[in-house]
Design a protein around this ligand. Sequence first.
Ligand SMILES: Nc1ncnc2c1ncn2[C@@H]1O[C@H](COP(=O)(O)OP(=O)(O)OP(=O)(O)O)[C@@H](O)[C@H]1O
Length: 273
Amino acid sequence: MIHVHDLRKLYDDYLAVDGVSFSLHPGQICGLVGPNGAGKTTTMRCLAGLIRATAGSIEIAGGRICDSSTQRDSIALKRQLAYVPDDPPLFDDLTVQQHLDFIGRIYGVTDHLAKANSLLSQFDLQNKRDAGATTLSRGMRQKLAVACAYLYDPSVLLLDEPLTGLDPPGIRTLLQSIRDRAASGATIIISSHLLAMIEDVCTHLLVMQNGKAKYFGESADLRSQFPEAATLEAAYFAATSDHSSYAPLPGLSAIDPLNSHHQVTSQSTGVYS
Ligand SMILES: Nc1ncnc2c1ncn2[C@@H]1O[C@H](COP(=O)(O)OP(=O)(O)OP(=O)(O)O)[C@@H](O)[C@H]1O
C-alpha cells in the first residue's frame, strides 16, 4: 500500500530526508517518531504529494504519488489518501457542517450527510455544527480535520501530530478510530512525540533522526532489540542515542520490509526534479 524507496529531500543545500525506505501494507499502523527536525513532517509532505521529493520513489495504492516523467500528480491517487497536518488549515468562512458538506461533495461521497453526522457525534462536535472554523478550539480544529479526512474513507491516512491539543477522551476516541480504520484495511502513518500514547496502537515504527531512518520494523522488534528498555520511550532513547550499540543495517534496519515483504524493483525508483 505504501512503498517508499530511498527518499531524499533537499531544501536548497540542506538534506532534510536522507535515503529513507520502508513499506507498509493494509491494516498496518506506523508510528513515525524522532527528535525535532528529524524529517518527519518533510517525509509526510512528500508522501502526500505536497512537496516534491528530490530523489527516490513513492508508491501509494499501486501508483506513484508523483511522477517525474509527466510532472503530474494523479488526482485519482490522491483520492485514496488523506494528510492531516499538525495545524490543519481550515476554511475561515465555513462552519463545521459546511466543511464536511464541502469535502463530501468534492470527493463525491454518497450519503455524506449521514456520514458527517456520525463523525460529528464520534468526535463530540455535534454542538459545534454551526460554529465557524475561527471560533473552534485547537483540539476541535484537529477533530474536524480528522473527521473531514475520514469522510471519504481514504485507504491511506497520514496523521501529523494528531494528538496535539486533544483532551483525554478525544485522544482515546482518535486512537480507537485509528485502530478501527486499520482493521477495515486502511494503512496509517501517525507521527507523534507522545510515545506512550501511540505505543499500543502502532504495529510498526519508523524512527528518524537527522533525516535518516534509524529503525523501521515491527514495534515489538524495536523493543526486543533493547531488552533492557521497559517502554517504547526507553527503546526510542536507546535507538536514537549516539552511544547506542544498535547499528542500523546499510540502507535500512534489521527488519527490512523491502526484502522481507516487498521487493521494490529498479523500475519503480524514479528521480524527481
Ligand atoms: N521549507 C523549509 N526550508 C528549509 N528547511 C526546512 C523547511 N522545512 C523544514 N526544513 C528543515 O528540515 C528539517 C526537518 O524538518 P521537519 O519539519 O521535517 O522535521 P520534524 O521531524 O517534523 O520536526 P518536529 O518534530 O519539530 O516537527 C529541519 O532541520 C527543518 O529546519
